[in-house]
Design a protein around this ligand. Structure first.
Ligand SMILES: Cc1cc2nc3c(=O)[nH]c(=O)nc-3n(C[C@H](O)[C@H](O)[C@H](O)COP(=O)(O)O)c2cc1C
Length: 199
């Protein structure tokens, strides 16, 4: 199962609208993809010392288990003050290394003002690249996103729809190829668990 992460918890977020739209595109291409909405994730207060590393906060356990079994992640990220929202980085900082990241296929979609979230997408490439994920090279940047969504929260610009379609199909092929070669995160976790059983 692939998961689309809607990368902010802001009420009324456009990111969630884009994430839902992308979910429909995957359905159109024959794949059911689940949404992880940051507004629904139990992001504890920063002051509450939620725990990092081995101590996954109980309220994030369900989502982190999904991340750690995902055959692909599609991160939809808005630009907040020249980077990704703190809520998204906070969530990512609670994932478990190496299982959440290493060899995990990740596709990136940014949305923002004039620069279409180029900065946060590149910051995410830095974070996931550092943690050895497989970043899918076709990234999407939604420039001036407030002008792109219609009243039904659909994206209608034909050029953009072609780019999104291409990312969906390409990412599906990418995850299939990695998995059939046995070099994606899930294959490696399985191989490690199988090896531990035989010792
Ligand atoms: C706190 C905050 C900071 C923002 N900072 C930027 C920014 O630095 N650059 C930019 O292009 N847009 C910025 N924006 C605009 C958002 O990228 C844009 O409104 C987008 O729709 C936000 O996604 P959301 O609707 O899911 O919150 C900011 C919006 C918010 C709420």
């Amino acid at each position: 199962m692939k998961y689309i992460i809607s990368g902010t918890n802001r009420p009324g977020s456009r990111t969630l609208q884009v994430a839902r739209f992308v979910q429909k595109l995957y359905a159109k291409h024959g794949e059911t993809v689940e949404l992880i909405d940051l507004a629904e994730v139990g992001l504890e207060s920063l002051a509450a010392a939620a725990g990092y590393g081995d101590q996954i906060p109980p309220k994030m356990r369900t989502e982190i288990a999904k991340i750690n079994a995902a055959d692909g992640l599609i991160v939809v990220c808005p630009e907040y003050n020249g980077s990704m929202p703190g809520a998204l980085k906070y969530f990512i900082d609670h994932w478990t290394y190496p299982d959440s990241y290493e060899f995990r296929p990740i596709a990136l979609i940014g949305l923002g003002g004039r620069f279409g979230a180029l900065r946060p997408v590149e910051h995410l490439q830095g974070v996931f690249g550092y943690r050895n994920a497989f970043i899918y090279p076709e990234r999407i940047f939604l420039t001036d996103v407030h002008k792109l969504l219609d009243a039904e929260a659909n994206l209608t610009d034909p050029r953009l729809l072609a780019l999104l379609d291409s990312q969906v199909k390409g990412f599906q092929a990418f995850t299939r190829a990695l998995s059939s070669a046995g070099i994606d995160a899930n294959s490696r976790i399985k191989a490690r668990n199988d090896a531990a059983k035989t010792v």
